[in-house]
Design a protein around this ligand. Sequence first.
Ligand code: SF4
Length: 139
Amino acid sequence: MPVVEIIARYRKHNMLTKEEITALLESENPQTTSLLRDEADRLRQEYVGNGIHLRALIEFSNYCIRNCAYCGIRRDNKKLPRYRMSPQEIIKTAAEAAEKGFLSVVLQSGDDLTYGPQVLAEVIRENQKNRYRCNPECG
Ligand code: SF4
């Protein structure tokens, strides 16, 4: 399917299939890059306009089961003091960030299996009740 049609479909349904995403990412056509850049800019304009949008970043755990060589919180770095926040602490800290004016919160951690999908879903649901955006990033 041509890129223009994929983007048109995205605009209409607000979703893409795995095959469409793969086609966009694998394309080496400069026109595809240009169309994707334009679409990203359109979405940025729609959601945040031209203002500077600051996000609060909450590093809720520095435990990680992975061992990426470049990363300070990799599993085998035994010198690092480790910590992890409880779900309640994460929710409370995110609420404090919202009170200070941050409109979105990035929740970041290493690949810490303590937080399963249900725990993360609960944290995100609670944050959304408080009407700010929540972007989880786990290692
Ligand atoms: S936090 Fe991410 S980059 Fe660092 S070791 Fe874990 S998986 Fe690798």
